[in-house]
Design a protein around this ligand. Structure first.
Ligand code: COI
Length: 362
């Protein structure tokens, strides 16, 4: 499929995991704790550019203790899934969107842009090597492309050497037990991204900075943290690792607009497109926490949900906050989020016609 990508040297080994052990792992993989047998790697050096594309056994690699990533966090990543289709084939969902966002993230972090064809081919070649690890049923193979600064140098400037790597992990639901609705905690003390910062880039640093707020959320019995904007501390931005939507009583949707501080989610974009195709109004307009609460308590907001590659579409049942929280609807999610989720998953698995050209068979 991915024409004109680099040639990948293949160093494959027989799976070190016995078939029956793999079958057991695939039955209930959880999220991000089981890994496949191989990884894709490509190096970049200032002098020679992209080179040495390889599919090789997944194993720890040696990096110099002075590697820039360990000091200044020059690192970006992506997340996308390969799905087992009903006919037994395997498909990706809009992988070119991830390739382009990876380039945009690279630009923001002063890293070299990986050509789209190389990104796509690295993923397809890895899936081919590890196709036995693509789960059936509700599972999927989560692909994690990432790139980090490998040059040993302590000066603060863009590194002259990078590794691009793709690893893969069979996954089930992101939230334990495939929770029907999640509870979120409003972070008073922390924000995620300031104007001019790295909020729109998928860099590890954004997630590192969210951990203390996420830990606070969990201390309050919540599944995720919800962040307000950094400038006014008023408008809802996104959760620790997913975008957020509201569903109003007239069936319309609202989500915070992209604008540099929000991660431009591929799932976010797909939900907007699907909802509009159903005739729903979708407003990409900011809303304050106060509006969320008031409109939910007045019954105008009927549902709220989180979305992302990992989370898919997950209803938000309750918002907890130091200043007082609130419940959305009956706290258990609603029909609109459920229908959008079903349509999205149906397209991804080849059970619903793909009228937008989103599904890429590998
Ligand atoms: C994803 O949804 O793929 C994410 O990257 C969110 C999180 C798991 C980091």
């Amino acid at each position: 499929n991915a024409e004109n990508g680099p040639f990948f040297t293949r160093r494959q080994h027989p799976s070190p995991v016995a078939a029956n052990v793999r079958a057991t792992l695939l039955e209930d993989p959880g999220f991000g704790r089981v890994f496949t047998d191989h990884m894709a790697t490509i190096r970049w050096t200032q002098d020679e550019g992209w080179r040495d594309a390889e599919i090789r056994p997944r194993e720890p690699f040696l990096i110099d203790p002075a590697a820039a990533v360990l000091h200044y966090a020059q690192e970006i990543f992506e997340g996308l899934k390969a799905y087992r289709l009903s006919d037994g084939g395997v498909a990706l969902f809009r992988p070119e969107q991830n390739a382009r966002r990876f380039q945009a993230s690279a630009e923001r972090l002063a890293m070299p842009a990986l050509p789209e064809a190389a990104f796509l081919k690295s993923i397809e070649e890895l899936i081919e090597a590890d196709v036995a690890w693509v789960p059936g049923g509700d599972g999927s193979l989560y692909l994690r492309p990432f790139m980090f600064a490998a040059e040993p140098f302590l000066g603060v400037r863009p590194a002259a050497e990078y590794w691009y790597v793709v690893i893969a992990s069979p996954v089930g639901a992101y939230f334990k037990g495939g929770k029907k609705a999640v509870t979120v905690w409003l972070s008073d003390d922390y924000t995620r991204a300031a104007p001019g910062g790295t909020g729109a880039a998928k860099c590890g640093g954004n997630y590192a900075a969210s951990l203390v707020a996420q830990a606070e959320a969990m201390k309050h019995g919540c599944d995720q943290v919800v962040f307000l904007d950094a400038a006014e501390r008023k408008y809802v931005e996104e959760l620790g690792g997913m975008n957020v939507f509201l569903v109003y009583e007239d069936g319309s949707l609202q989500t915070p607009p992209l604008g540099g501080t929000i991660l431009p989610g591929v799932t976010r974009d797909a939900i907007i497109t699907l909802a509009k195709a159903e005739g729903r109004a979708v407003r990409e307009e900011r809303f304050s926490f106060a509006q969320w609460k008031a409109d939910a308590e007045a019954g105008k907001i009927r549902e709220s949900f989180a979305c992302g590659t990992a989370a898919v579409v997950t209803p938000i049942g309750e918002i907890k906050a130091a200043e007082g929280g609130f419940v959305i609807g009956n706290g258990g999610g609603g029909a609109v989020a459920e229908a959008l989720r079903a349509k999205l998953v149906g397209i991804q698995r080849g059970d619903v016609p793909d009228t937008h050209g989103w599904v890429r068979r590998v």
